[in-house]
Design a binder for this molecule. Structure first.
Ligand code: IMP
Length: 191
């Protein structure tokens, strides 16, 4: 079968489509069991990286319950290049009050965990009844910061990955799997 344009740019696949599908169903099952007694959940997605994951996770959870509402936030983290500093500015806030709600932050990847640490404090300050995190991917550095990520899909090596929502220069988000780019891609002119 001929590959797509992006297959040619990928050096290695880290997590396949099938692995993502299976793990998403597994995570939804765990969350559904843990929240069996609540009336509803509020899933918070941080744009843009977690868009693919929340879409699949919400549908998997939908088959099991409890009912969920989706909220989207956009934050920008002031960092040096590709590293985040933990200083965060809200570009798009929640559209509703979350006081008394059971919140689950749906994350694509936890790397330094600094953005997430800030976000959890913020959501708690808005008086949520509970706040937990489901992250599809986790990198080794995440253990250095004390961020309680209750549900983790895959622990991956400390490499820059793209696909399934994750980008390099806003590209590769639509790739259906998670992979590492060939080094030559980084020296190519953008545009
Ligand atoms: P943290 O504050 O360092 O945990 O930053 C997490 C955010 O950085 C994620 O939500 C991603 O948007 C981005 N990120 C971290 N690692 C990668 C990667 O390997 N590829 C693409 N984006 C990444």
């Amino acid at each position: 079968m001929p590959g797509t344009w992006y297959d040619a740019d990928i050096d290695r696949v880290i997590v396949t489509e099938e692995q993502i599908r299976e793990k998403t169903a597994e995570l939804a099952k765990q969350v559904s069991a843990d929240y069996a007694t609540v009336n509803g959940l509020l899933l918070v997605c941080v744009l843009k990286g977690a868009v693919m994951f929340i879409a699949d996770f919400a549908r998997a959870l939908g088959q099991l319950g409890p009912p969920a509402e989706l909220e989207f936030m956009a934050v920008s983290s002031y960092g040096q290049g590709t590293t985040s500093s933990g200083v965060v500015r809200i570009m798009k806030d929640l559209d509703r009050d979350i006081a008394g709600r059971h919140v689950i932050v749906v994350e694509d990847i936890v790397d330094s965990g600094l953005t997430l640490q800030w976000l959890l404090r913020y959501l708690e300050s808005r008086s949520a009844a509970s706040v937990e995190v489901v992250a599809l991917l986790r990198k080794p550095d995440a253990v250095k910061v004390q961020v309680p990520v209750k549900y983790v899909g895959f622990d991956i090596p400390n490499e820059f990955v793209v696909g399934y929502g994750l980008d390099y220069a806003e590209r590769y988000r639509e790739v259906p799997y998670v992979g590492v780019l060939k080094t030559e891609v980084y020296s190519r002119p953008v545009g």
